[in-house]
Design a protein around this ligand. Structure first.
Ligand code: ZN
Length: 116
């Protein structure tokens, strides 16, 4: 299935291919503040509809995860990193930004990122 997603103002828009089996809620310093629900897909399943540079990038800690967000409305749309186990480029999609997803029906796993 192809999902359409965007930030709030629409400057950052994208499509992502796959089946949402579950989402992850993390309690690390950034996730607990922004409240994203993350769905992990291979990076090549994420296609930007606009220009790459329309999505800003925030780095912190070890700078291994590229947190992408809209510089106009501030909404976090996805993160990008090399998956530590598979070595593959991976995107963590914020499913709160996707159209047509019934968030109440997606199983949410809680991840203790604060303890890493
Ligand atoms: Zn925006």
């Amino acid at each position: 299935m192809t999902y359409k997603g965007s930030c709030h103002c629409g400057k950052v828009a994208f499509e992502v291919e796959g089946e949402i089996d579950s989402a992850l809620a993390c309690n690390c310093s950034i996730c607990r503040r922004r409240g994203s629900l993350l769905w992990f897909v291979p990076r090549d399943k994420l296609r930007l509809q606009g220009r790459e540079e329309d999505a800003a990038t925030y780095l912190f800690n070890r700078h291994v995860i590229r947190h992408r967000f809209c510089p106009a409305c501030g909404i976090h749309t996805w993160g990008e990193a090399i998956h530590p186990k598979t070595g593959q480029p991976t995107a963590a999609i914020n499913i709160r930004c996707l159209d047509g997803v019934d968030l109440g029906k997606v199983p949410v796993h809680h991840f203790d990122g604060a303890s890493l």
